[in-house]
Design a protein around this ligand. Sequence first.
Ligand code: SF4
Ligand code: SF4
Length: 81
Amino acid sequence: MKISLASCCANCEHFLNGQLCGVQEVVVSENQVCEAYEFKAVLHREDDCLKCSKFQTNNCAHPQKASEGIMCTVWYPRAAS
Ligand code: SF4
Ligand code: SF4
């Protein structure tokens, strides 16, 4: 069974200061979600999209955002050569 991260306020672009929704303008909790959910890319110095086997392939989950210094929850390392 495949395990994946939920799409929820906790990893939404509009979740502010760990408690406020910038779209709904109300207090929300990490485990809520709404139709305006938008994936939030996270800065990551060690493993990033450039080291992901899905980078610039049809398997990339976020081709518009994939770049150096960030990664998403389905990051998968490139095979060592
Ligand atoms: S309520 Fe919707 S838009 Fe606001 S933080 Fe949660 S998922 Fe994002
Ligand atoms: S980490 Fe995510 S966004 Fe980045 S290249 Fe891999 S699949 Fe695409």
